[in-house]
Design a protein around this ligand. Sequence first.
Ligand SMILES: [Zn+2]
Ligand SMILES: [Zn+2]
Length: 310
Amino acid sequence: MDVVLDILDDFVFTPYLYPTSWQTSYWLRQFISLVIIVYVGATVLYFGTASLCYALLFDKRLMEHPRFLKNQIRREIKWSIMSMPLMNIPTAWMFYLHHRGYGKTYHGVSSNTWLGYFSLPVEFVLVVLFTDMMIYWIHRAFHHRLLYSAIHKPHHAFKVPSPFASHAFHPIDGFMQSFPYHLFPFIFPLNKYLYVMFFVMVNFWTVSIHDGECKVPDVLKPVINGSAHHTDHHLFYNYNYGQFFTFWDRIAGSYRNPSIFTNAGPLDAVIEKKLSTNQNKTAEDVDSVSPPDWTTTVKRKGESLRLAAS
Ligand SMILES: [Zn+2]
Ligand SMILES: [Zn+2]
């Protein structure tokens, strides 16, 4: 975030926003700048990614599912717009603490290990594993009856989510589910570019698991906690809490084979309902266009002819 902050300080904040008495090193100025950067970045990522996912991947027939709410997309966007400014304040505070050097983020190559540039892929893997574990347990804790109604319930208002539900969280929920990404560099060294890259990547991932589309190679389907798994989490609550992988769900007993994989997902229900409606319609149509009863008509004609002849 330091690089983004430096660039915006030079071209936007110093010339247009802050009084000249507010030096770039002033803590309040740095914090406000980070709030602005995080808010604008998260909003652009949310609307950009969710809109693209909605336009290109989300199957609109899901909106005909009986559990897809009236005006649902508007509600999802409203929740996200209301929550993001609040969840971005503690997020910006985390970035601020790392910017001021309270954590273990670093530029360039880590001096803490002998790995050199190999520390980047190692850190990448460690962040994924660390956050995957922590987010599983945080998410699972939010399903505890003492926390669910107060914090996590708003996200589960959407039983068949669209990509716009990805950021529709209570602010505490939204922040806590990203907190492990900020916690990691307080404990372990982390390259600053990787730190920001994860902030962007997690926004993409969060949208992607809400698009109802499971574009994962068959061999990875049992391993990756994708949209199919998260769709069942919204529908059945106590299953598939994971973030990237199904590992923690499997060992903690909350794994559920996604209904989409067995052709019993929400889209299958919509298609099935449409097919049965069409079949009923076709039967009605056949009834309405089939001849009334030629035999009767002929008989009646014959009868009337006979009557006429006699
Ligand atoms: Zn949940
Ligand atoms: Zn969700």
